[in-house]
Design a protein around this ligand. Structure first.
Ligand code: NDP
Ligand code: 8X3
Length: 252
């Protein structure tokens, strides 16, 4: 019988790449995000290419009513979730602390921290009766360091780091693995979202780099799920070879 993976933020970037990777490896896939059309297209292409079951669910992780309703009304056949990829998130803006937009801050806190936690709690409750499961949280190198103008984004990702450690402790008696993945610069829609569609500024992030791409991160996430039951990668930082950390790059 196929295993089941539940992926937030599957309409783009890491989430979409994970959906492809897990489907190609015979997982049934629950793909979620706000952009319904993209989810439906992805669902169709995965089901056709890999002969797996795909369930698209449209909801906004910031809305705890939507999160609860979407997860509590999963059909019974979809309630046995083996892996959660808790990935939906974003940076909104990159500004000095005194100039940053409060709306941007609210969006990041509501998505990266609160929405992240709503989903993790709801899915952990489905895993607990089975005494197994694997939660994979998307942090960032910004969960480990704070950089200029990264203020609230870095704070939300530090919170992901803290909550990953907290989940690992509280879910230990239920045999649920918790892995935090912390990527460096990866060329997805992330920078276009952060810089609100400004292509020139967005592209500068990857200037002179061969950056990570979404498939690199999906491969790594998938690898973490292939280890024996008694082995868990708790915390993993991944960057392109030209990036040492948030500050040191070897750009061409
Ligand atoms: P993308 O912008 O390519 O994808 C982000 C995904 O998150 C989209 O599918 C989007 O779906 C979803 N999302 C955003 N807001 C919400 C919301 N309110 N409700 C539901 N879904 C939402 O970014 P990445 O794939 O690069 O980023 C994925 C994660 O990885 C994020 O948590 C990000 O912080 C983190 N990360 C990214 C790095 C990078 O350099 N790219 C590096 C380190 C970490 P939709 O808009 O359809 O709702
Ligand atoms: C995304 C990577 O360096 O922009 O989390 O914070 S960075």
């Amino acid at each position: 019988m196929n295993k089941t993976v539940f992926i937030t933020g599957a309409t783009a970037g890491f989430g979409e790449a994970c959906a492809k990777k897990f489907a190609a490896n015979h997982y049934n896939v629950i793909i979620t995000g706000r952009r319904k059309e993209r989810l439906e297209q992805l669902a169709e292409s995965l089901a056709t290419a890999h002969a797996v079951e795909v369930l698209p669910l449209t909801f906004d992780v910031r809305d705890r009513g939507q999160v609860a309703a979407s997860i509590s009304t999963l059909p019974d056949a979809w309630k046995r979730i083996d892996v959660l990829i808790n990935n939906a998130g974003l940076a909104a803006g990159k500004d000095d602390f005194d100039k940053a937009s409060l709306d941007d801050w609210d969006t990041m806190v509501d998505t990266n921290l609160k929405g992240f936690a709503y989903v993790a709690q709801a899915i952990s409750r489905l895993m607990i009766p089975h005494k197994r499961g694997h939660i994979i949280n998307l942090g960032s190198v910004a969960a480990k360091q704070v950089y200029s103008q990264g203020n609230m984004y870095c704070a939300t990702k530090h919170a992901v780091d803290a909550l990953s450690r907290a989940m690992r402790i509280d879910l230990l008696p239920h045999h649920i693995k918790v892995t935090a993945i912390h990527p460096g610069a990866a060329d997805t829609e992330f920078s276009m979202v952060r810089f609100k569609g400004n292509r020139i500024v967005a592209d500068k992030v990857y200037d002179g780099l061969i950056p990570l791409v979404a498939a690199d991160v999906a491969e790594t996430i998938f690898y973490c799920t292939t280890l024996p039951d008694h082995v868990c990668i708790n915390d993993l930082v991944i960057s392109c070879t030209q990036q040492a950390d948030c500050f040191y790059y070897d750009r061409e």
